[in-house]
Every structure is written in C-alpha cells, then in structure tokens.
Design a protein around this ligand. Structure first.
Ligand code: ACO
Length: 332
C-alpha cells in the first residue's frame, strides 16, 4: 500500500503538578549536584507524580487534549495503543483503563511494551492497523510514572527520569489530508542486551517478595555507560534507515524530535545525521527522561509552539530498554 497511510491529526500532553529540581534531589540527601547533572545529562528538573496522579490520569488528560485538537470524539476512536513500562497495575492493561476513563467504548485497546521506544512502536502498530482497514481512527499514547519504580537513593537513575504523558490521534491520510502522514518507519530490538536496563522483579519469573527490601530488584537497574554507547549507535542507525525509507536526506528534515534521554545522546545523534542543533527539538532540561512519553511530549510542544507547522517534515527517533529502537519520518 502506498504511503502516507496515516497522519497525525492532533496531539496532547500532560505532566504532574510537582516539579523536582536537581537542587531538590541534592537537598534530599542524594550524593549529586546540579552542575554534574546539567553537564552530564542536560537535565535541570523533572515532574514527579503526587497524590491522585497516575499513569491512567496523565494519559487520559493527554488523550483528551489530542482528541480536542483533532476534533475527534471518544465514540470515533476504534483503536487505543499505549506504550508504557509503568501501567498502574499489570492486569488489565493501561490501555483498557484509559479506554474506560475516556468512554471510548468502540475501541480495541492494548499496551505495547517497548520502554522509551513505546510511542514510536505504537504509531507503527496503529499505522499497520489503519492500513488493513481494521481501524479508522487510532489513539496512540506514551505514558510513564517512572517515579514509582525509581530508587531515589540511587544517583545513577534517580537523576534521570520523570513522569508524564503524550498522545496523538492517527487517522487515514485521505482527501485534504492525502499528502500528510508517516512516510517511513524503522523498528529494531536486541533482547540479548536486556539486562543493561531492566527491572528484575515483579514478573512471573520473579514475583515481588520480601527479598526486594534487601536487593531492591523492584527498581530500575541500569548500566549507564553501556546504555549510553548503545543509545548513540542505535539512534544513529535509526535516523539513517528512516531517511533512506522516505528517500530523503538530512536537508529535507525541518525538525528532528529525538527521545529525550540525555543531551549528549541527542547531540551525537544529530551530528551523525548531519542535522544542525537548531533543527532539533530539545526539552530534556525541563522534563528529564520520561521514557515512552518523551517523544510525544516533545512533539506536542513543538506543534504548540510553532516549531513544527503544517507542510513541515519531522524525523522522530527513540531508543529504550529491551533494547528497542525505532524511527519514523512524518509530513505534517
Ligand atoms: N552525581 C554526581 N556524580 C556522579 C553521578 C551523579 N548523579 N553519577 C555518577 N557520578 C560520578 C561517578 O561515580 C563517576 O565518578 P568517578 O569518575 O570518580 O568514578 C563519574 O561521575 C562519571 O560516572 P559515569 O557513570 O562514567 O558518568 P557518565 O558520564 O557515563 O554519565 C549517565 C552517567 C548520565 C547515567 C550516562 O551514562 C547516561 O546518560 N547514560 C544513558 C542513560 C540513559 O539514557 N538511559 C535511558 C536510555 S533508554 C531509556 O530511556 C529507558
């Protein structure tokens, strides 16, 4: 089938009320400091969920905004795909929880587990289902409440992550919207490297038990330097493949929207792609790494602030636990 098949008709985002700065982390007794975090990661603050704020509530707020922008009612949505590593509960899916909140009773709903690449994976799945005619209008969400699985005493991880949600409505590229939409996609994973970034317990292999109080296996564990190297390599590959797939070059890209994990990873990816930093969307300073929510939050901000406008071409690229990585070129 000839692309574009699906276009992004509206986006939205939501974050918790509470802002936690690098200084706040230091004040809580974490052995770190603002200068180190800013220099090594680019992060200055992150949002952290408080009382009454959940994966479900953040995702629902972002989804409602995306639906309003797209002019889509809950009854029109026939597919909900949610990328998350932090559902409020493991059964049923976050997508079903969100469907219930929205009252999207006609929709099929499920989660994709691809960590920080979850939103990109979700868009690929939705595009495929739109292509087969299984769906007409899809809601794709990236959402995380990573604060719930962070060890706040571990400076390797506590400084990096934040909570939030981003959402997009995908519809068939037809009529006045025929030229708009996803021009290419690229999707990869490497499960042999899974334990470089993982949460050891909580699954069927190792259910939560009293051991977690000692071994902390219910928290995220990360080999930071290794993850960094793979992230740089994989995001570079993903940008190349998405451009090849769209038969475009770096000069055709108006805005790159990379996963916001670390400013040094973003800069290395842009340099490899030959895209100057003034064409790269960066908000890692304000949000930290919100995993699956990072790309759709950045996408929504870019649209709201006019950095991304109708007629422009964007390159979205992400990398995460699994390892998973993926990219897509989208015309708006
Ligand atoms: N504050 C102060 N000092 C610190 C901190 C901290 N928070 N963390 C480490 N250090 C110290 C180390 O102890 C070390 O000290 P030493 O030289 O005396 O031994 C020094 O700083 C350098 O440590 P490194 O681990 O080599 O620091 P690095 O430059 O690699 O930065 C970081 C660490 C920020 C974690 C980096 O490796 C990184 O960003 N990795 C990728 C992480 C990531 O993006 N993960 C998610 C991607 S996938 C997804 O989003 C799910």
């Amino acid at each position: 089938m000839k692309r574009p098949i699906a276009y992004i008709a509206g986006t939205g985002r939501a974050v918790p009320k509470q802002v936690v700065t690098n200084h706040d982390l230091e004040a809580r007794g974490l052995e770190t400091n603002d200068a180190w975090i800013v220099e090594r990661t680019g992060i200055r603050q992150r949002y952290v969920a408080g009382e009454g704020e959940s994966t479900r509530s953040l995702a629902t707020e972002a989804a409602r905004k995306a639906m309003a922008k797209a002019g889509v009612s809950a009854g029109e949505i026939d597919l909900i795909v949610v990328g998350t590593a932090t559902p409020d509960r493991l059964l049923p899916s976050a997508a079903c929880d969100i469907q219930a909140e929205l009252g999207a009773t006609r929709a099929g709903a499920f989660d994709v587990s691809a960590a920080c690449t979850g939103f990109v994976y979700g868009c690929l799945v939705a595009e495929g289902m739109l292509a087969t005619g299984t769906s007409e209008t899809a809601l794709v969400i990236g959402v995380e409440k990573l604060s719930s699985i962070l060890n706040w005493d571990d400076r390797n991880t506590a400084i990096l992550f934040g909570d939030g949600a981003g959402a997009a409505i995908l519809r068939r590229s037809r009529g006045a919207n025929a030229g708009k939409g996803i021009l290419s996609t690229y999707l990869r994973s490497d499960g042999t490297l899974g334990e470089l970034l993982w949460r050891p317990s909580g699954g069927a292999e190792r259910p939560f038990g009293p051991d977690v109080l000692v071994d902390k296996s219910h928290f995220i564990h990360m080999a930071g330097r290794e993850v960094f190297k793979h992230a740089v390599r994989s995001m570079a590959e993903a940008t190349d493949r998405a451009l090849d797939g769209a038969k475009l070059t770096a000069s055709d890209i108006d805005l790159m929207i990379p996963h916001q994990a670390n400013i040094r990873i973003i800069e290395a990816t842009a340099k490899h792609a030959g895209i100057s930093m003034d064409k790269v969307y960066v908000n890692v300073d304000a949000y930290g790494n919100t995993s699956a929510a990072s790309v759709p939050i950045a996408l929504d901000e870019a649209m709201q602030t006019g950095r991304l406008r109708e007629g422009m071409t964007a390159l979205l690229v992400a990398f995460g636990a699994g390892f998973t990585w993926g990219s897509m070129v989208v015309r708006f």
